[in-house]
Design a protein around this ligand. Structure first.
Ligand code: ZN
Length: 276
């Protein structure tokens, strides 16, 4: 092999190695972050009572993990929770209510634009405001169980405690809106565990997560909530918002801005309450 041939081979080899490294890096960069991570803020005494931040210890205890049957939902989020609608349609979801101040405002806006959504209600609030639960159901929105009192550590408790909590919440929803179908459960804080997923399967509840989180529970203002939703939304998105748990004027104002925009770009749906 002559000197020039050797040099050419060396150059070609170097170029090939460079290309492979670039392709690898690109591939790594293209791997989507499938599970939206909850924002890492710990609870303080001054924080709103209900906020979907993760618990101080988001991990299930080793005991809970070891005793958990390998049951998950059929979605592609944590523990098989659903993070997308499974179609190009977009679902708006409202958590932590019902609330006598904010839920009626959200319902009025949805009605004004002819949009159906999903409400993940907290059991003790359903018990306190049954008329609002009844309105949610009567207006054609989907109901979702969001635990009895928004215990972000519920997934680390015993299977019996988890089952009793979810059942009590379902009962409160049904007492308010007899005959309503409760097809979903959303774990407070998104802190899913194996035992929670198992209990959902046992009770026939589809575990519901989200793909768009504007962190509206932190009340960053309507413009920020709207901008974050615009930036994150895509076909199939499940959007997390809150109609309770603090000052939700920013969420309501953001919804007012966004509804006409979203309707121009997407079909909005309440999550289906029956298997297709
Ligand atoms: Zn919540």
């Amino acid at each position: 092999m002559s000197g020039s041939t050797l040099k050419a081979v060396t150059v070609v080899t170097a170029v090939l190695i460079g290309l492979l490294a670039s392709a690898y890096a690109l591939g790594r960069g293209l791997v989507p972050q499938r599970h939206p991570t909850a924002t890492g803020v710990t609870t303080s005494a001054n924080a709103p009572h209900y906020a979907d931040q993760p618990p101080d210890t988001a991990r299930p205890s080793p005991d809970a993990a070891a005793s958990a049957p390998a049951v998950t939902g059929d979605g592609d989020g944590p523990y098989g929770a659903h993070v997308t609608t499974g179609s190009s349609r977009v679902a708006l979801t409202f958590d932590d209510g019902p609330d006598p101040r904010w839920t009626p405002q959200v319902l009025a806006l949805l009605s004004q634009y002819g949009v159906k959504a999903t409400f993940c209600v907290v059991g003790e609030n359903a018990e306190s405001y049954p008329d609002l639960v009844r309105s949610i159901a009567a207006e054609g929105h989907t109901l979702c169980n969001h635990s009895w009192k928004h215990d972000v550590n519920l997934g680390r408790r015993t299977p019996e405690t988890i089952r009793a909590d979810l059942t009590r919440t379902n009962d409160a929803i049904l007492a308010a809106a007899p005959g309503a179908r409760i097809a979903y459960y959303r774990q407070p804080g998104g802190a899913w565990t194996g035992p929670v997923a198992s209990t959902c399967a046992e009770l026939g509840l589809t575990p519901l997560h989200w793909s768009v989180d504007p962190s509206d529970w932190r009340a960053p203002g309507a413009a920020t909530v709207a901008a974050r939703i615009r930036a994150q939304i895509a076909p199939g998105a499940i959007v997390l918002m809150h109609d309770a748990g603090g000052d939700r004027s920013g969420t309501v104002a953001a919804l007012q801005q966004l509804l006409p925009e979203l309707l121009a770009r997407y079909e909005l749906e309440p999550l289906p309450t029956r298997a297709p």
